[in-house]
Design a protein around this ligand. Sequence first.
Ligand code: SAM
Length: 283
Amino acid sequence: MTDKTWMREALHGHYAQSFTVDELLYDSETDHQRLRVFQNGTFGRMLTLDDVVQTTEGDNFIYHEMLTHVPILAHGAAKRVCIVGGGDGGMAREVLKHAGVEQVTMVEIDAGVVEFSKQYLPMLSQGAFEDERLDLVIADGAEFMKVTQGGYDVIIVDSTDPIGPGEVLFTDTFYGHAKRALAPGGVLVTQNGVPFLQGEELTNTMRAFQALFADATCYMATVPTYAGGPMAFGWGTDGAARSVTVKDLTERFASTGIACDYYTPEVHKAAFALPGYVLKLMP
Ligand code: SAM
């Protein structure tokens, strides 16, 4: 095949992955980044920003279910949730499945991502943008976190990688502001890349979390299009949410009536078991 029919993601110096662009549905420069939506034979519709895979129709469920149901079900009574980033709407989709969640504030820097996703990736948001409980704020998440009144039971950072506009969302200052915006017992979770390839990113976040939270760790899941092994999600709280039992999770999960393709209470608990090479990245 020629270069024209492949999208090459070269996020990590000496290692790249490629996807066939079976049909290019959109290709444009927004004010912040190059946005492409295309159809791929294995993963369905794919969204890339600056030639880095953000989300795909085929495997987004793993990422979105694990960044929402783990903190919300561990918390047990989340009413107010903040999503930072998340422009494709997949995170809001999963959060809003919880009937107990009364208000979701989503702070996305790029209105273009929201608009394109609504049009070209409606299977991701599945109507989430029309839900009355969703308050969409178009702003830099770091600036928002500096000034918000907060009171969030769960904050989910669904950011791009720490390059470009997403960089500020990996700073100690942002994490400090996010902690301040949590209600007592609140949980902060973050997308922290693939530790096999982005170990420094995890170490830096964990160093910041350890200075801020009584309970600071990460949990993991494998998302095929985030190449290089399992990815890490940062976890920080001053509460006891991590010690929730499988029995309690099973009851809470059943009472939501939510159907998942990846999340189970057992997977939830097991996701916090970290392999040796990841433990070594913990400061
Ligand atoms: N999970 C994906 C990944 O790791 O590849 C990323 C998902 S995508 C929804 C991330 C979103 O974060 C994008 O829509 C991007 O515009 C948004 N974003 C990046 N920097 C941001 C910032 N400083 N404040 C708010 N949103 C930001």
